[in-house]
Design a protein around this ligand. Sequence first.
Ligand SMILES: C[S@@+](CC[C@H](N)C(=O)[O-])C[C@H]1O[C@@H](n2cnc3c(N)ncnc32)[C@H](O)[C@@H]1O
Length: 271
Amino acid sequence: MNNTAKIDYTEMTNNQKQTWSKGDFNQIARQNVGMAEALCKAVDPHPGQKVLDVACGSGTAALVAARRYCEVTGIDYVPELLDRAEKRAKASGLEAYFVNADAQNLPFPDDHFDVVLSVYGVQFAPDQEKAASEMLRVCRPGGKMGLAGPVPEGWSGDFLAVHAKYTPPPPGVHSPARWGTDKGLNELLGHEVISIKSEKKTTLQYYLSTNHAVKVFSSWFGPTLRALEKIEKEQYEDLLNDLKKVFNRYNRSADGAAIVENTYLQSIVCI
Ligand SMILES: C[S@@+](CC[C@H](N)C(=O)[O-])C[C@H]1O[C@@H](n2cnc3c(N)ncnc32)[C@H](O)[C@@H]1O
């Protein structure tokens, strides 16, 4: 029996759902807008097309597609983030529908969408094969999938590694950064698609300082809050210092502000 055969994905999904419900990802989501804009530009959903944003959080990519007059649905399993997505859409005069659902079990018929997007979202589902097959199932033949997600190196890889150091994932579970490698993408999607075109891109995150960046994540980011809950109080400073080192490593500003370079993988998948 291999390691993955023993993983209880239901329990892991429930734990992760609790993790993402902590804090308020909407406070971090501003850093993802550039990636969502770039992804939509590359995938190019046309007005009137049906677009799904998987693990949409507070609607970052969904709202970009809605601005194109696409018929947009976003799914996430944190109801508070979906409420926020609805409010953001309403405040901007945009139409989009938000549904409480698990990326590993999408409540839509086969071939329902023209375009399926995910920005730092589906990559976190523990049963990666199931999540990949669900995205493929709901996207029609001739449709496109667009992914933006972490790579094993750079800010994302180092940031994930700090969290894994303090709250190690169960053995046998793949890193979200598997989606950020050609090998991983081929394993997950390659057997069913016409083409996968991936490109490493860089986005910038903006904070008042690297201390501010750490404060933002330790106040609002579910996985950091969960790690702080799990570890002993004596380890708090170590975790926060490790995060600060990661922000310092990729900070491109010399004036005290933090402008942090995040390298990620953008993939366009033709179905
Ligand atoms: C890093 S946030 C990104 C949110 C959004 N895509 C954005 O770019 O602003 C990850 C999101 O994935 C959601 N998520 C993780 N695993 C999920 C799953 N299995 N099903 C649905 N949502 C999931 C979390 O609730 C969270 O909102």
